[in-house]
Structures are given as C-alpha cells and as structure tokens.
Design a protein around this ligand. Structure first.
Ligand SMILES: [Zn+2]
Length: 185
C-alpha cells in the first residue's frame, strides 16, 4: 500500500477483502451446508436455508485526542520495535454507537475521558476487512496512563516536537495533518 498508486491501492484493498470473504464463507454459518455464489450479487447463499453472506465490513474508530494545541499519540505493542507514535484506535462493539466506541477505546487504552468526537474521514483497511472511521475528539480529564496491553507509551505532542509518525497515506497521518491544518505533515 505504501508503494502503490491510489488506484492500485484501492483495487488491492478490495481484492484482499473479497478474498478473505470468499475464504471465510464456503459453508453456511447457520446450518453448515456448502454455500454457492449468487450470480446477480456479490454474495454467497445457502441452498438449504437461504441464508445470505455479504462481504464483511467491520467498523473501527481511530481518533486524535487533542488538548489545546497538543495531541495525544501512543506507541502500540504491536509495533514493539518501531519508534512510531500513532493514534488510538479500536473496533466498534456490538450495539455500540461510534461516539461510545471512541470514548470507550480512549478510556480503556490510556484512562482519559473525552468529549464529543467530530468525524473527519474514513479509510478501508484490509486486515482483514476493517473500515476505519477517523475522528478528532477533545480531551476532558485525566492524564494518559498506558494500559500496558495494547499501548506501551502515550504522550502529548505539539506541532514543533512531533515524534516519528505513521505512513503518509495512513488515516492516522491524515488525522494528524487535519488537526494541525498542515498539508506538509
Ligand atoms: Zn444454511
């Protein structure tokens, strides 16, 4: 994704997501019968109980928490050897709104209370089928305490002391750029 053109990246993302969907829906999840492809739709159907299985899209939230002119970025355990600081993020749980998911993830990962999130943009992320929904959200109270599970370090950064950032094409980098109104970031 880092090396492809935007069109190539878009095609690769869709291909990866469809391949994962095809791999995961060879049998009906309700009754176990082998499924078949519908000819008129991008869908599998069960010939026995007629259940339908569409390409799965899993919503996840990603957010820049800000306080005045500084933003909260975190080093994630999954990139243990990397010095990159990025946004907090996590999957939306069943029955949850996006606003609730943002507040819960920030609370769980760093123990901070946030206010109302404002939507900025989204990005499909094919690992394996996430749709990342990006927000800016104001800090309300608390100082960052990493949970030690997903987050190893979390700190406030200003425009003039930013750490190593995620790839330019990533939604995390886009959100950081958006907050500072700086296309050169
Ligand atoms: Zn079935």
């Amino acid at each position: 994704m880092a090396e492809a053109s935007p069109d190539q990246a878009k095609a690769a993302v869709r291909a990866a997501e469809l391949a994962a969907w095809q791999r995961d829906h060879q049998f009906c999840g309700a009754c176990g019968t082998p499924t078949r492809r519908r000819e008129d739709q991008v869908a599998f159907e069960c010939p026995s109980c007629q259940a339908e299985f569409w390409p799965r899209v899993t919503p996840a939230v990603i957010m820049v928490v800000y306080r005045g002119d500084e933003i909260l970025l975190a080093r994630h355990t999954r990139s243990k050897t990397s010095a990159v600081y990025s946004c907090l993020a996590g999957f939306v749980e069943a029955g949850e709104t996006l606003e609730e998911a943002v507040a819960r993830e920030v609370e769980e990962e760093v123990g901070i209370t946030v206010g109302h999130p404002v939507y900025v943009k989204s990005q499909a992320w094919p690992f394996p089928h996430a749709l990342m929904l990006g927000f800016l959200v104001p800090w309300v109270s608390g100082e960052p305490v990493p949970d030690g599970l997903e987050i190893v370090d979390a700190r406030w950064f200003r425009r003039d002391n930013l750490p190593e950032l995620p790839l330019p094409l990533s939604i995390a980098r886009n959100l950081i750029r958006e907050f500072f109104h700086d296309p050169s970031l």
